[in-house]
Design a protein. Structure first.
Ligand SMILES: [Zn+2]
Length: 183
């Protein structure tokens, strides 16, 4: 266990989980330069992603409505990167329907159609604007995290398409994660 241990006791970062309504909130744009709080949040998100064995994690999943996600799709799991104020500026016509899971909805899956290639525009932690092309798993992961920033969940998809009504009949609940949000 390389992560998750603090002073000898197992310390696990809690994630906001379905059916918490907080996951349906839209995240806000991040202002630069980043303040200490946001820098700490990014470190915290990275730690949570590894701890829960995810390849990506959005700020809303740890209780903050900020347009930030972290991702590491590498096998070595030592190449985390933060994407701030991300925006998909181009997407391929080719799509693929596949089942997708989410750390915020353990044990559940959605059948989601995603673009195979995307170009993402985003800011790095020092505020620099970058543009990069992503393929396959990374492209899918980014589209999943972008959905989180819009308050959408992969489990809300049906036959590949997004359906906000899918969980309408389901009771969503409020948790104390709300208190942490800086909206
Ligand atoms: Zn997710």
């Amino acid at each position: 266990m390389p992560t998750g241990r603090l002073g000898g006791t197992l310390f696990e970062i809690d994630l906001v989980k379905y059916p918490d309504v907080f996951l349906h909130s839209k995240s806000h744009e991040v202002k630069f330069p980043l303040d200490d709080k946001t820098e700490r949040l990014i470190k915290w998100m990275t730690k949570a992603m590894y701890q829960h064995h995810g390849i990506g994690l959005a700020a809303v999943q740890v209780g903050y409505l900020q347009r930030i996600f972290v991702m590491d799709c590498t096998r070595s799991r030592e190449n985390p990167k933060a994407y701030i104020n991300p925006e998909i500026v181009e997407k391929s016509d080719e799509t693929l329907r596949d089942s997708e899971g989410c750390l915020s909805a353990p044990g559940k899956q959605g059948d989601v159609k995603r673009h195979l290639r995307i170009i993402l525009k985003y800011q790095t932690e020092d505020g620099k604007e970058e543009r990069k092309t992503f393929y396959n798993l990374e492209a899918r992961c980014i589209q999943h995290e972008m959905d989180h920033l819009e308050g959408k969940l992969c489990i809300d998809y049906e036959k590949g398409e997004y359906s906000r009504d899918k969980h309408k009949s389901q009771t969503m609940v409020e948790s104390d994660f709300r208190a942490k949000s800086d909206t």
